[in-house]
Every structure is written in structure tokens, then in C-alpha cells.
Design a protein around this ligand. Structure first.
Ligand SMILES: [Zn+2]
Length: 510
């Protein structure tokens, strides 16, 4: 159950796929939001006046702060614990909240181990900001602007039932696409295993079909990540965000400079998106396996949805500042406090090491993964030596190089980290299942389910493993629960609940 929205990261969306949509059209229909937005209504008084002062009213879609955190942990690539940065964000949010007149707002700030330029919020008031964003920020006002925009979505009760449903459907479809890709890769791996090849070459027989799948999945990746909030809600969040910035003592221009940075990022990534498509096409022509892996990585990173045209947002924000906050526009942004924070040893090392970890992850796409392992080892050192994400990248690189002891040690560190990464559990499940250690695999799937807020994501794994262990009635019970609690996942759960021979090897490692 997800309610996520991106302030940024239009990078992965918006580009219209020209691929073959055969077989995809019916799958997509109903998932895409209606287009043709109405022109936004004129704003004649400050947005902040729309808020009702007093205790915050919980949104109907809220599931509880802790449960929400647990579920979000299970998506994407995990959280980053970095105390000085988190404390600063919490302090900023407290100031913004005070100015809103609304009290008892739940939630907390969270840093995501994600290289994208992204932020989102949930109905429970948790505000998520990706690590990828921080190096680009020049002052505290810009960080405050990102948080103010997300807090504004929470205060304006934008996380309605429709949004939850749409986003859940999109993510479920994405997950399904990723599972299909993984299944296919596994099949190729197994085929290669039989012929004794260390790494499968592109099987020529299935090239045509694979290329079609790659195209379809690329298309899905682009199309499914459509805006969850409508254009007017985005504008409202920008404008209320500006009011909150001003009442907290920040410069309202933090919002416009932040949006300008977003626009630059989008421009840069639109290019790299084209490069990516080209790279994918070229790779697919030579090596389907690697192409699928490239795509798989993209899907895992893609927790994002696009916002309306950024140029339009910048204009609306500037006009609003002129109209209501002209006097506050002269405030100097808090640059020194931000630079001081970034230079604090604890913050600096975490920021630096995550940049290294993201770099190592990119290097994993190269044919020679030795540089990736070197970079990943540096990423998993010092302040982040026990962090899940850098160790996960070490494990992936070491596995590719056949250094299984190093991989196992890194996975062990990753799984016992304070902030877990769901992919680590997927890896542990797959590794054990491949060795037919299905009881251990099931134990990891159950632990993952418990650790990530009973997320439906683990249900198909658990059902399949119960089946393999001959626990048919337990598998049936869980499948029934899946059908009731997560109708969107019904198909995946039912597919998992078939006799083992039919699904053998259906859950591959990444
Ligand atoms: Zn937004």
C-alpha cells in the first residue's frame, strides 16, 4: 500500500515510449491517469489560510507512522541512518509545522538510499528525501523547500484513497514486470548452466521474444510512472510550501531555486534517458541477459512519478512570491549552516560513501565488475561500514567475481544493519532456494515480511516456498489472505500457489 509522490525525478518518466505495445495495451488500460488537466483556479489569498489551526486530523488512508515506515523500508533500496542530517531535517520540519498553525502532525523525515533526485510523502506524515538530492543543494532554504512541499501535501490531505489505489496499482504492475524479467533471466541462467557456460550468451532462439519483452518493459517503466498527484495539487503544495518557508524564517526563493535545480536535473536526465534507451538497444542486440539486468536496475530505482511541467511551476511560484511575499524575498538564504552541516565529519563521510555506493552500482553494469568491487569496498567503510546498501553492492560485485566468502560476509553485514534493504532479503531467499534449502528460504521470507510491515510483496515468495515444502494448507490460507487483503496481487499469489514442478526456479536471484 503506497502513497508516494515525487517532488522530483521526472527523469524516468514522461518520455513517450515508441515500443511495441502488443499485449501491453489491456494491461496498461485503467492504470494510466486521465490527461487533459483543467486550468488551475486563481489564487486570491495565501494558501496557508486554507489550513484549519489546531490538532492535525488523521487522513483516512493513514496506516500508522511505524507501519508506514516499515512498508516504505520494504520498497526501493532502504533508508540511510545519518544522525546529523536527520536531526537537521527534523528541526526544519518542526519550524515549518509551527508556522502552519496545525499541531500534532505525525511522521518524521527519512533519507532514502536512492541516487535519484526524489522526494515523497505519505498520509502518515513521513517525509522521504533521497540521498541523491543532497549534494546539489546549496543552502538550508532549498532543503527546507523540498520538505515544505512534501509537508504541504500532508497538510492539504492530498493522500486520498484514489491516490493510494492508483499508486498501488502502478507499483504492483511494475513489480510484476520486474518479476517477469527476473524469471526470464533465471531461465536463461539455467539454460546456460546446463551447457556449462559461466555466463550465458544471448540465446539466439529467444532473441526476438526477449527484445520484445525489453521494449515492452521499457514502455511500462515509462508509462506506469505517471504523476500521482494532479497538476493543481502540485501547484498547491509548491505555494503552501512557500508560505511555510516564509513563516519559518526562510527565503521564499528557496522554492524557486530548488525548482530550477529540478529543471536542470530533468534536462540532464532527459539526455541520459535517451542515452539509456540507446545503450539498452545496443546491449540487447548483443547480450539480452545484460540488457534485462540494466532494465531491472532501472525498475528498482524507479520509485518515481513525474510532476507537472517544471517551467510552469517556477512561473507560478515566482508570481505567488511577488503577490504575497515580496518583502521576504530579500532574505539571505542560510548557506553557512548548510555548508557547516555537510562538512561535519559524520555527515560528510555518509554523503561521500553513498555517492561511492551509487557509483559502484552503476559500475556493476560494465562487463568488468572489478572496479565496482573496489568502489563498493570504499563505500562500505568508516561511518557506513555496517550500512545495508553499500554492503549489498559489495555482495553483488563479489558474487559476480566468484568471491563468495566476501559476498557472504557483506550480505551478513547488510542483513543485520539497522536500516535493512529489501533486496538483501530477496537475495538470501533466492540463494537458498537455488540450493533447495527451501526451509531456510522460507525463514528469510517470513523475516522479511515481519521486518517490512507485513508488506504483500513477500506473499508470493512465502506461498511458493510453502508449496515446495509440501505445506499445501498453509499455502492455501496465505493465498486466500492475499486475495482478500491485496486483490491487485491475487494473480501473483495464485501463480505461486501451484504445484512446485510448474514453478521450479521461478524465483531467481537478481
Ligand atoms: Zn509533490
Amino acid at each position: 500500500m503506497k502513497r508516494r509522490v515525487l517532488l522530483c525525478a521526472a527523469a524516468l518518466c514522461g518520455c513517450s515510449g515508441t515500443g511495441d505495445k502488443q499485449g501491453g495495451a489491456s494491461f496498461l488500460s485503467g492504470l494510466l491517469p486521465a490527461s487533459t488537466p483543467a486550468p488551475p483556479p486563481a489564487i486570491d489569498r495565501p494558501m496557508i489560510e486554507r489550513l484549519k489551526p489546531g490538532p492535525y486530523t488523521k487522513a483516512a488512508t493513514a496506516i500508522g507512522v511505524e507501519k508506514d515506515l516499515a512498508r516504505q523500508r520494504g520498497e526501493g533500496l532502504g533508508f540511510v541512518s545519518a544522525r546529523p542530517l536527520e536531526e537537521t531535517m527534523a528541526g526544519i520540519i518542526a519550524k515549518l509545522a509551527k508556522g502552519s498553525g496545525v499541531t500534532d502532525i505525525p511522521g518524521r523525515p527519512v533519507l532514502l538510499a536512492n541516487p535519484q533526485y526524489a522526494a515523497y510523502s505519505t498520509a502518515d506524515g513521513n517525509l522521504y528525501v533521497s540521498m541523491g538530492w543532497l549534494p546539489y543543494l546549496e543552502n538550508e532554504d532549498e532543503l527546507a523547500a523540498a520538505l515544505a512541499h512534501e509537508l504541504a501535501h500532508v497538510l492539504l490531505m492530498h493522500h486520498g484513497a484514489d491516490l493510494v489505489m492508483n499508486t498501488q496499482k502502478r507499483l504492483q504492475a511494475l513489480h510484476e514486470a520486474a518479476v517477469n524479467l527476473k524469471t526470464q533471466r533465471q531461465a536463461e541462467k539455467q539454460a546456460a548452466g546446463k551447457t556449462g557456460a559461466a555466463q550465458p550468451a544471448a540465446p539466439s532462439r529467444s532473441d526476438q521474444r526477449d527484445l520484445k519483452n525489453v521494449k515492452l518493459a521499457t514502455d511500462l517503466g515509462d508509462k506506469l510512472l505517471m504523476p500521482a498527484f494532479n497538476r493543481n495539487q502540485e501547484r498547491e503544495a509548491d505555494l503552501l510550501g512557500i508560505d511555510l518557508l516564509v513563516s519559518a524564517g526562510y527565503s521564499p526563493l528557496g522554492m524557486t531555486t530548488l525548482l530550477e535545480k529540478l529543471r536542470e536535473y530533468e534536462k540532464k536526465n532527459r539526455q541520459s534517458e535517451e542515452e539509456f534507451t540507446q545503450q539498452l538497444t545496443e546491449t540487447a542486440a548483443q547480450d539480452t541477459w545484460r540488457a534485462l539486468k540494466l532494465l531491472g536496475r532501472k525498475l528498482t530505482d524507479s520509485i518515481s512519478v513525474a510532476h507537472p511541467d517544471t517551467g510552469e511551476r517556477i512561473e507560478a511560484a515566482a508570481a505567488y512570491i511577488d503577490k504575497f511575499h515580496a518583502d521576504a524575498a530579500g532574505r539571505a538564504p542560510a548557506s553557512e549552516s548548510w555548508q557547516r552541516l555537510k562538512q561535519q565529519p559524520a555527515a560528510q563521510e555518509v554523503l561521500h560513501n553513498y555517492q561511492l555506493a551509487f557509483e559502484a552500482r552503476r559500475q556493476l553494469d560494465a562487463p568488468d565488475v572489478r572496479p565496482a568491487l573496489v568502489t563498493a569496498r570504499s563505500a562500505a567503510s568508516g561511518a557506513t561500514a555496517t550500512h545495508a546498501y553499500p554492503n549489498w553492492v559489495v555482495a553483488k560485485a563479489a558474487t559476480r567475481l566468484g568471491q563468495h566468502n566476501e559476498a557472504a560476509a557483506a550480505l551478513e553485514r547488510a542483513v543485520s544493519a539497522d536500516e535493512p534493504v529489501a533486496e538483501v532479503y530477496s537475495e538470501l531467499i533466492a540463494v537458498n532456494e537455488q540450493r533447495n534449502r527451501n526451509d531456510i528460504a522460507l525463514k528469510w521470507a517470513e523475516q522479511a515480511s515481519a521486518r517490512f510491515g507485513d508488506s504483500v510483496r513477500w506473499m508470493p515468495d512465502r506461498i511458493r516456498l510453502l508449496r515446495k515444502l509440501g505445506r499445501v494448507s498453509d499455502a492455501n490460507t496465505l493465498t486466500a489472505r492475499c486475495t482478500v487483503e491485496a486483490p491487485d496481487w491475487r494473480r501473483l499469489c495464485q501463480e505461486a500457489n501451484t504445484p512446485p514442478t510448474a514453478t521450479a526456479g521461478a524465483k531467481p536471484a537478481r
